[in-house]
Ligand binder design. Structure first.
Ligand code: PEP
Ligand code: MN
Length: 263
């Protein structure tokens, strides 16, 4: 069902007037985690002002350590919804386990299925049974074939609104947090009709590399980007080193507008 031979035309997914896969790249941006009302509202207004299309923010966080900040849970989702009300930006947030699916789906416009859960088949099937867009991140060490098979789990249960997200894979390289596999973009375009978003923030792990890899992703044909931003990256409760300041995000948006008309 994910294959181009089944569905030759690119799939377009519409979320509150924003079209993903329609030929015009879109920008999803926001903090790694929702931390407070002030933090998410300030971020949301800056994302909107810079021309971003969708607001991201984690409420349920998949942290490597159980002692790290785990997210605000439902409170975080409420704050995201408030930011949507204020800015009009659709919102995306991660669902980590099947028990919380209904709760997260009640608030968000797009569900995010994280890299660590790419092969959580129970969660994939459950998401397949609801009618809501889902962004499926590539697993930490997943091949493109495995990633498309995970998409197949969602599609085959009846939910056609699948967006793929390349977020870097594990390699031997240590100068970046992950190795952003931009060749996945043309490979997915060749194999599949599903839209593909690139996440250069998790892909590199370092804010300095986010702008060049964003430009490269657009040049490679990505349908959009997901970028982490924070009003004060040095104080972020998660992923500060890879988060752009709100000012640098605005600079990036201007650069992208001049190469591709990303708005
Ligand atoms: C995130 O988007 O904050 C996140 C945890 O991403 P990933 O699942 O790609 O690590
Ligand atoms: Mn993050």
């Amino acid at each position: 069902l994910a294959s181009r031979s089944f569905h030759p035309e690119p799939s377009r997914i519409e979320v509150r007037g924003v079209e993903i896969g329609g030929g015009r790249p879109i920008m999803m941006a926001g903090p790694c985690s929702v931390e407070s009302r002030e933090q998410i509202l300030e971020s949301a207004h800056a994302v909107k002002a810079a021309g971003g299309n969708i607001l991201r923010g984690g409420a349920f966080k998949p942290r490597s350590s159980p002692y790290s900040f785990q997210g605000l849970g439902e409170e975080g989702l409420k704050l995201l919804a408030e930011a949507r009300d204020e800015t009009g930006l659709p919102i995306i947030s991660e669902v980590m386990d099947p028990e919380n699916l209904e709760l997260v789906a009640e608030y968000v416009d797009i569900l995010q299925l994280g890299a660590r859960n790419m092969q959580n088949f129970h969660l994939l099937k459950k998401i397949g049974r609801i009618n809501k867009p889902v962004m499926l991140k590539r697993g930490l060490s997943a091949t493109i074939e495995e990633w498309l098979m995970s998409a197949e789990y969602i599609l085959s249960e009846g939910n056609p609104h699948v967006i793929l997200c390349e977020r870097g894979i594990r390699t031997f390289e240590t100068h970046t947090r992950n190795t952003l596999d931009l060749s996945a973009v043309p490979v997915i375009k060749h194999l599949s009709h599903l839209p593909i978003i690139v996440d250069p923030s998790h892909g590199t792990g370092i804010c300095r590399y986010v702008a060049p890899m964003s430009r490269a992703a657009i040049a490679a044909g990505a349908d959009g980007l997901m970028v982490e931003v924070h009003p004060k990256p040095e104080e972020a409760l998660s992923d500060g080193p890879q988060s752009l300041t709100l000012e640098n995000f605005s600079v990036l948006m201007d650069e992208l507008a001049s190469i591709q008309g990303i708005e």
